[in-house]
Design a protein around this ligand. Structure first.
Ligand code: G4P
Length: 283
């Protein structure tokens, strides 16, 4: 598979992120729970090196419970504050405020010693496209949408959402560019839909999804489509095509339609809760 790559976008995003990060104490980084490492941009460690950090395993509803637990342990071990989230349904959101306070304890203590009480922690949300940043900001800030900033005369003022007296959130998320370090990572990003579909052949992607599922979650695949699996993933796709009656005129199999169906079913969780990568691969 071939992925497009825009160095110009990357440089711009990085510059913006570096600027914005100067304004905050804490970085809330969203990753996709199905591919927590492949959906992470390692440059965030450099950009956020003097910041407090929280990592959210978003779309935890689409990932395997065992995978979520293992990844939570993995990030905790690395000294990060971590939480599983389903931003769409608002699950896990209520645990974030206490987590933020815990992550920033050092700053809060430092302020207190200097006699500064109740200076809010300033935070920003970052992540690669489509990871759920806007959905999360809406769920997290939801009702508490008192916007501050943008004072008259200040042209480039930032908008802050004041959640309460302890926390302010930059209202525009930081966009991180996906990592493209290997074929494997690119393929996983494509599977979850983080790479523009127009540049990837649907059937190649469907075969990659089926190949993975046959290996790791064969039962889920069989149950979803009521088919017998074939060792060859393309042949399994053909089976699915027939089972789902994806036909062109004259009962000619419409493999492209079947491919889009499989990919869509996978992305929306219809096949089941699936984790594409585990910590053991990323030690
Ligand atoms: P972004 O700002 O990081 O680019 O992502 P955004 O919030 O736009 O979310 C991208 C897609 O992911 C949206 O779906 C959103 O609903 C979905 N999403 C976000 N968080 C979660 C989650 O925790 N679980 C699940 N299952 N989905 C989540 P969409 O199809 O683009 O839009 P829509 O169908 O919600 O309208």
């Amino acid at each position: 598979m071939n992925y497009q790559w825009y160095p110009g976008h990357m440089t711009k995003a990085k510059r913006m992120m570096q600027e914005d990060s100067k304004l905050v104490d804490l970085i809330i980084e969203l990753v996709d729970a199905r591919i927590p490492m492949s959906s992470r941009n390692p440059d965030i460690d450099e950009i956020g090196k003097n910041k407090f950090r929280v990592i959210l395993l978003n779309k935890a509803d689409l990932a395997d419970d065992r995978g979520n637990a293992l990844w939570t342990g993995y990030f905790k071990e690395k000294g990060l504050f971590v939480q599983e989230v389903n931003a769409r349904l608002g699950k896990g959101i209520k645990n974030i405020q206490p987590l933020v306070q815990e992550a920033c304890r050092e700053k809060i203590e430092r302020d207190r010693k200097r006699g500064i009480i109740n200076r809010p922690v300033r935070a920003m949300v970052v992540g690669i496209p489509n990871v759920g940043k806007s959905t999360f900001i809406n769920a997290f800030a939801g009702r508490a949408c008192t916007k501050t900033g943008n004072k008259p005369g200040v042209t480039k003022g930032k908008q802050w959402i004041r959640l309460n007296k302890n926390l302010e959130l930059l209202d525009t998320p930081g966009i991180l560019w996906p990592r493209f370090e290997s074929q494997k990572v690119g393929e996983r990003l494509a599977m979850i839909g983080s790479i523009n579909d127009e540049i990837i052949h649907a059937d190649e992607l469907a075969v990659a999804v089926i190949g993975f599922l046959q290996d790791k979650y064969p039962k889920l695949l069989e149950e979803r489509y009521q088919i017998a699996l074939n060792e060859n993933a393309y042949k399994t796709l053909e089976e699915i095509c027939i089972a789902k009656r994806c036909f062109l005129k004259g009962e000619t199999p419409d493999m492209m339609r079947a491919s889009r169906l499989v990919v869509e079913d996978f992305r929306s969780g219809k096949i089941g809760k699936i984790t594409l990568e585990y910590p053991e691969e990323w030690q």
